[in-house]
Design a protein around this ligand. Structure first.
Ligand SMILES: Nc1ncnc2c1ncn2[C@@H]1O[C@H](COP(=O)(O)OP(=O)(O)OP(=O)(O)O)[C@@H](O)[C@H]1O
Length: 315
């Protein structure tokens, strides 16, 4: 990280809330430009979300999920959408995946407008039942490669084993999903997604159903995997701690309907700093940005990632 980025990061997370309010939250907390920008050649965004409004329509009602949300995800970003329940995080992810068309604005992936689902965007969900139980672990990882005709059977098997090895499950290739723990099932889902070598990996609260210690371990493994593979990640969470650990950039969304509250550069934080004063102060500051009128959250117990700053309960 450049000295300039470090300074920008510090001003983003250490500035007092009043200062953020004075200068405009978005401006004060804008992510630092990547080093290439200093040389005048900023990388083009891989994902460009421009003024996107999303809604659900039924015969009886219209539910507005997001309002004029804009952000850019750069190649190899770990970009996190953070906000309270109902602010439209999952809906945004669904729109990027192509399952939902924006009511307003547009979503571009690699310069192309997103018009529907495609193998260049793979979603990992929270649920443990995303793996067909009648297929072995290896067959599960191979399935999208074969179904999309990306690879033939032999190459698909090789690639499946390669990614199962990366998530530490090569020894379980012939096992069936019901014999695996929740964390292992999520690893298989991650291996299956990465095996498709998508342009962007979409994760919708992938660790939320795991116990706190397994969740922490999975965060650690995800970061190690990213270090190894350098994929581009769009990750949804309620948990401020998880957002700060997993993301190098975090977009804060206001309560329903979701609007952009701020964008933070969090590249400087990792699991090692979890209990530190600086980490805790950052968590509290993010909480304040989301809920300026609420009392500050209690200090998070580093052993408990489902902490008072889990925003499911923050409305
Ligand atoms: N299928 C649907 N039909 C109608 N409204 C929906 C549907 N899915 C979501 N919504 C509404 O859209 C809004 C945004 O929902 P969304 O699930 O995207 O929020 P979220 O931030 O992901 O919440 P959570 O963190 O609780 O998963 C909410 O008001 C929700 O009730």
């Amino acid at each position: 990280m450049s000295a300039r980025q470090l300074r920008a990061t510090a001003s983003a997370v250490d500035a007092p809330p009043a200062a953020a309010a004075d200068t405009g939250r978005r401006a004060a907390l804008q992510a630092a430009p990547p080093p290439a920008a200093e040389a005048g050649s900023a990388p083009a965004p891989l994902l460009h979300v421009d003024n996107v409004g999303l809604e659900y329509r039924t015969a009886q009602s219209v539910v507005r999920a997001t309002h004029k949300v804009s952000f850019d995800v750069l190649p190899a970003d770990r970009f996190v959408l953070l906000g309270p329940s109902g602010c439209g995080k999952s809906t945004l992810l669904k729109a990027v995946a192509g399952f939902l068309r924006p009511r307003d604005g547009e979503i571009l992936l690699d310069g192309q407008r997103v018009r529907g689902p495609g193998p260049d965007r793979i979603v990992v969900f929270q649920e443990f039942d995303q793996l067909p139980p009648w297929k072995t672990v290896k067959q599960n990882v191979m399935f999208p490669l074969l179904a999309s005709r990306t690879l033939g059977r032999r190459e698909a098997a090789e690639r499946a084993l390669h990614y199962l090895d990366k998530v530490g499950l090569a020894a379980f290739a012939e096992a069936y999903p019901h014999t695996l723990s929740g964390g292992m099932k999520q690893r298989v889902a991650i291996a299956r997604a990465l095996a498709m070598q998508p342009k962007i990996l979409l994760m919708d609260e992938p660790f939320a159903a795991l116990d706190a210690l397994t969740r922490r371990k999975m965060q650690e493994e995800l970061l190690a995997l990213w270090d190894d593979v350098r994929f581009t990640l769009l990750f949804v969470t309620h948990s401020i701690e998880e957002a700060v650990i997993v993301g190098n950039r975090v977009l804060l969304l206001s309560p329903h309907p979701g609007r952009v509250r701020a964008e933070l550069d969090t590249a400087d934080f990792d699991l090692a700093g979890l209990g530190s004063e600086r980490f805790q102060n950052t968590v509290q500051r993010i909480h304040h940005l989301l809920f300026p009128d609420a009392p500050p959250p209690g200090r998070a117990d580093p052993a408990q990632l489902l902490s008072p700053t889990d925003l499911r309960f923050a409305l």
